[in-house]
Design a binder for this molecule. Structure first.
Ligand code: AMP
Ligand code: ZN
Length: 112
């Protein structure tokens, strides 16, 4: 998708600090981190939102969660834990309409 900020990162047309990559997934640091470690995990294929997900998208989104596990292990949070967050739609706080999982770690989790 030409007009999608995260597709441009996946295509290496925009810069990003890449933390993890495999055939289905790219993970890069959030430019406005809300935790000591804040990484965004995106499917390489454009899926706008959980709210637009179709059954055939389940594998790609599930791979993002598996990538979070790999990131947690690589960054030393496997035992301490971390938070995964997926914002969905306007009232869910979604700003970028390419599905992404926020990986937040290194701070004390509070609230829901
Ligand atoms: P959301 O509110 O769930 O849509 O989250 C979008 C996130 O993307 C925010 O935390 C932004 O700081 C982050 N963000 C937006 N543009 C970029 C970018 N070019 N590189 C890295 N992170 C970005
Ligand atoms: Zn996209």
């Amino acid at each position: 998708m030409k007009d999608c900020a995260f597709c441009r990162i996946v295509a290496r047309e925009s810069p990003a600090d890449i933390e993890y990559e495999d055939d289905a997934v790219l993970a890069f640091r959030d430019i406005y981190p809300k935790a000591p470690v804040h990484v965004l995990i995106v499917p390489k294929r454009h899926i706008p939102s959980v709210m637009a997900m179709e059954p055939g998208d389940a594998e790609a989104v599930g791979r993002c969660v598996l990538a979070a596990r790999a990131l947690g292990e690589a960054k030393g949070f496997a035992a301490r834990g971390y938070r995964l967050r997926v914002n969905c739609g306007p009232e869910g706080g979604q700003v970028v309409y390419h599905v992404h999982v926020h990986f937040l770690a290194g701070g004390r989790a509070s609230g829901a």
